[in-house]
Design a protein around this ligand. Structure first.
Ligand code: H2B
Length: 102
């Protein structure tokens, strides 16, 4: 899976929700705030299932009610379409979580 250029990453982010590109760290990241710690863990569990299905795994940081997800393709040392695809799946899960919390 070939690495995307900075321009390709920026184009891809337009179709995603709340993801940012860190060219220094060579990753994209999104931070999500949830009502509490258990809701944060529940989201991470859903992301974990999606990651296993995709055989692609984000770096995950939980701080109480806040989850930070970072995606890059380690084998390429770059952001690839695999990262973009999993980011889009994460967006779906976050949107679904937000709905159940309403
Ligand atoms: C063997 C297996 O496909 C690889 O180790 C996968 C697993 N998950 C991965 N996740 C991420 N983010 N980058 C990878 O290069 C990667 N490689």
């Amino acid at each position: 899976m070939a690495g995307l250029s900075g321009e390709q990453v920026r184009e891809g982010l337009v179709r995603l929700d709340g993801w940012e590109w860190d060219p220094q760290e060579v990753l994209i990241h999104r931070t999500v705030r949830l009502p509490d710690f258990l809701a944060a863990v529940a989201l991470v569990n859903e992301v974990a299932q999606a990651a296993e299905q995709a055989d692609h795994h984000p770096d995950i940081d939980i701080r109480y009610d806040t989850v930070r997800l970072a995606l890059s393709t380690h084998s390429e040392g770059a952001v690839t379409d695999k990262d973009m695809a999993l980011a889009a799946r994460v967006d779906e899960l976050v949107a679904a979580t937000a709905q159940t919390l309403e």
